[in-house]
Design a protein. Structure first.
Length: 115
């Protein structure tokens, strides 16, 4: 293991000095699920809140309503191409019933918070 240079400290295998520790902390926060909004901001992901009318909305319906998919067939292709995460996990069911509290991410470009 390398030794720290004078005036620097070794933290997690990374030499840090002054504001470099902030970079390490930001990287740690980026990897945490607690800071989903921060992650969306850093990734350049657009975050949208969507209010559900009723108990649920089907995944392909949400993709069409939000303008992410132009048609139902296009929405199905997006899901089949494994570009959709539901609450951080891959969602492959085209007609999955999404409810309030679900968070949908599409291709690291759009994050939809259902209310």
């Amino acid at each position: 293991m390398p030794e720290a240079l004078p005036g620097r400290s070794l933290w997690g295998g990374i030499f840090v000095q002054g504001t470099e520790i902030i970079d390490v902390v930001v990287l740690a926060l980026y990897c945490s699920k607690i800071v989903d909004r921060f992650k969306a901001y850093i990734c350049g992901m657009e975050e949208i809140e969507f209010i559900i009318n009723g108990e649920f909305i089907e995944l392909i319906g949400l993709l069409k309503v939000m303008g992410i998919a132009q048609t139902g067939g296009h929405a199905k292709m997006i899901v089949e191409d494994e570009k959709v995460l539901r609450n951080g996990k891959l969602e492959v069911r085209k007609r999955a019933k999404l409810v309030s509290g679900d968070v949908i991410e599409v291709g690291r470009e759009v994050r939809i918070v259902l209310k």
